[in-house]
Ligand binder design. Structure first.
Ligand SMILES: Cc1ncc(C[n+]2csc(CCOP(=O)(O)OP(=O)(O)O)c2C)c(N)n1
Length: 659
């Protein structure tokens, strides 16, 4: 292996050596502990240390780095105290996730490290968002993100590179091409010569770097970082290297030809570099022994600290509480008494606009949201007021954009993402439920993101533009779900959603956009989450519903003045105002829940179950759920009418009344 020292001083050369040796020695220790059953899984980065170390050392400490599962060298090069790392791997409290997530699945703002989720790809879009925040604040910084060659096959890789290119974001995309993705060799993973060649297709620069040569890694990345800080832009790096151990220790390397192993053994980044330094007289055998003895002491001392720490115990209330970031809701009332009678769509637009004035670091992202104003015209006229850097048109890549919103939040900004139609959220589902929804519980980081969801049927739009998919999200701890039915609620709740540092799915029924009007205060105001609204009061039945269901219920009830009901509009589904529901049921003794969504596994089912569990003695009739037919949303008017639950609600209401 050839080493070009260039202008690097001896001190730096030795520093790089030590920085590679430390993770190697930690790993060797971990492999022993693994065999002794003292730690669980281990994903080895042995043989790949030059990449983690070279990249981290080229970055400034203020620059974010997003490592994967083989990048121990990133963590050690950022000088994370070893006892905390060891505690993390043992699921202990002084780790970074309080025993809630394993291995390298954590981040730390203190060290500007944002660890992976198991799904690999979303990391890349998160890096885009972090870099976007730096760019918008005119901070000349680089964000570095890692991926294996296997994960480059995920859509997230393509989306993230494309977004970075279109927005010219200062991201260093680092592919560690180590020959295998689990057992899959590169020729079954991709069909081009070099992954670096793909950069051309995205219109970005790339380099191929010998990932086993620390001086090549460090020098090239350092030079690139300086260039990117001067002139922000994305760059794709392909580090050629090899995975010397199994995917994880238990899975072995049987499928790797011996010849390959032997070839790469000779290219070991540490032994080669050590020999070079010895030959050059910059290192002596005594120094090597001394460095190793010091590291060995450090590792053993810190391991002991971690082993001595008691295991975590589950305090249920704490576990539940920390799924969400604490939010000190401020009730803000409209300053003036002025109100206007406006449409649902206008109320949302107004809330969004006033929030943009209120939060200078709030960014709106979505397809066609800039000059075009979004397909529903909610952001019409925003560009002249806030500029295109804050009202951002995105390519069609929901996953990367949700991930980028996550990145904006990590870097201290706020984001509102407009799904063009709620149906398309399925293309961004993974980062919502796995990244945004879980991040606070995992490592105490907020996801200050609102996802606006134009949803719902009755508009003759067929299976892919009509769904109301709130139950995909109410199921996932960590997300908040808001579903207003009136302009007043829509504006106030949207403002709160934007203030709340937790991820909020904000459902806006398209059918209500232009059909429902109401008096809405002209000024900014907020409304609390978790407070249902009692729209009508009566004694014979409790009707619980939300969204378009509220209007269907009102229409139906208007036809039947003989049925006096409590009509409850839930307004938010997570948190859910169970108290309002229980209080009403205890009074009326009968409950019917109306939802637009298909019935099975929906919100109505859970409310029904909760009422059975908590108010059984008060019930005078079985709880009734009414929802859409268990089919996709059909297109033809007659089919859709029968699909939707409005008519069934009327007959079920009468039946329940007579029960
Ligand atoms: C979305 C997703 N699919 C599959 C897996 C299972 N899995 C975890 S790592 C891995 C291989 C990754 O290969 P590569 O990206 O090359 O990284 P390497 O492990 O080689 O460093 C697979 C298949 C996963 N974690 N996430």
């Amino acid at each position: 292996m050839r080493y070009h020292v260039g202008s690097l001083e001896q001190e730096k050369l030795l520093d790089l050596y030590k920085a590679m040796l430390k993770p190697r020695m930690i790993e060797e220790k971990m492999l022993i502990l693994l065999r002794q059953g003292k730690i669980s899984k281990w994903f080895s980065g042995i043989g790949q240390e030059a990449i983690s170390v070279g990249v981290t050392k080229a970055l400034k400490e203020s620059e974010y780095i997003l490592p994967m599962h083989r990048n121990l060298g990133v963590f050690t090069s950022r000088n994370i105290p070893l006892n905390r790392l060891f505690a993390q791997w043992q699921g202990k409290k002084s780790g970074f996730t309080q025993g809630r997530d394993r291995s390298f699945h954590f981040g730390t703002q203190e060290y500007k490290i944002v660890g992976m989720i198991s799904h690999l790809g979303p990391q890349l879009g998160v890096a885009d968002g972090i870099a976007l925040a730096d760019m918008l604040r005119r901070k000349k910084r680089v964000t570095a993100v890692f991926t294996g060659e296997g994960a480059t096959s995920e859509g997230d890789f393509h989306e993230a590179l494309n977004v970075a290119s279109v927005w010219n974001l200062p991201v260093l995309f680092c592919i560690e091409n180590n020959g295998y993705g689990l057992s899959t060799p590169t020729n079954e993973q991709y069909n081009c010569e070099h992954l670096a060649d793909r950069a051309k297709g995205y219109g970005i620069e790339s380099r191929i770097i010998d990932g086993n040569n620390i001086l090549e890694v460090y020098a090239k990345v350092d030079e690139l970082c300086k260039a990117i800080r001067r002139r922000p832009r994305p760059v794709l790096l392909e580090f050629k290297t090899f995975r010397m151990r199994g995917h994880e220790e238990a899975s072995g390397t049987k499928y790797v030809p011996d010849k390959l192993m032997k070839e790469w053994e000779k290219k070991d980044p540490i032994s080669n570099y050590e020999s070079f330094l010895l030959e050059e007289g910059m290192l002596t055998e005594e120094m090597v022994a001394e460095i190793k003895a010091d590291f060995s002491d450090e590792i053993n001392t810190n391991l002991q600290l971690a082993f001595d720490e008691p295991g975590v115990s589950s305090i249920e209330s704490k576990e539940l509480k920390e799924v969400y970031q604490g939010f000190d809701y401020q009730n803000i009332e409209s300053k003036s008494n002025q109100a206007e009678n406006i449409r649902f769509v206008d109320a949302i637009s107004q809330g969004l606009e006033q929030s943009m004035f209120r939060h200078n670091e709030l960014i709106i992202m979505g397809q066609d949201v800039a000059d075009y104003g979004g397909v529903f015209k909610i952001t019409e006229g925003f560009v002249p007021k806030f500029g295109k850097s804050r009202v951002r048109n995105t390519p069609i890549c929901e996953s990367a954009i949700v991930s980028a919103a996550m990145g904006l939040s990590i870097n201290g900004m706020k984001a509102v993402v407009e799904m063009q139609f709620a149906d398309f959220v399925s293309s961004g589902f993974n980062p919502i439920v796995n990244y945004l929804g879980k991040i606070h519980y995992r490592w105490n980081e907020k996801a200050d993101v609102v996802i606006r969801m134009p949803c719902g049927g009755g508009v003759g739009a067929g299976p892919f533009h009509s769904q109301t998919n709130e139950a995909w999200f109410t199921k996932t701890p960590g997300l908040k779900v808001v579903y207003p039915a009136f302009p007043y609620d829509a504006k106030g709740l949207l403002n709160t959603a934007i203030n709340d540092p937790n991820p909020v799915l904000f459902f806006e029924h398209k059918g209500l956009y232009r059909s429902i009007k109401g008096d809405v205060p002209t000024d900014y105001y907020t409304l609390p989450f978790g407070k249902a609204k009692i729209l009508r009061e009566g004694n014979s039945i409790s009707v619980v519903t939300y969204g378009a269901g509220v209007h269907w219920a009102m229409e139906t009830l208007d036809k039947h003045p003989e049925i006096d009901v409590d009509l409850i509009d839930l307004r938010t589904l997570q948190p859910l105002d169970t108290e309002a529901i229980y209080d009403s049921v205890k009074k009326t003794g009968k409950l019917i829940i109306l939802q637009e969504d298909t019935l099975f596994g929906g919100v109505a089912s859970d409310i029904s179950a909760m009422v059975m569990e908590n108010c059984f003695e008060y019930l005078d009739a079985p709880v009734k759920r009414v929802g859409s037919l268990e089919t996709p949303v059909p297109f033809a008017k007659s089919l859709e009418e029968n699909f939707l639950p409005k008519q069934r609600f009327e007959s079920e209401l009468i039946t329940l009344f007579k029960y």
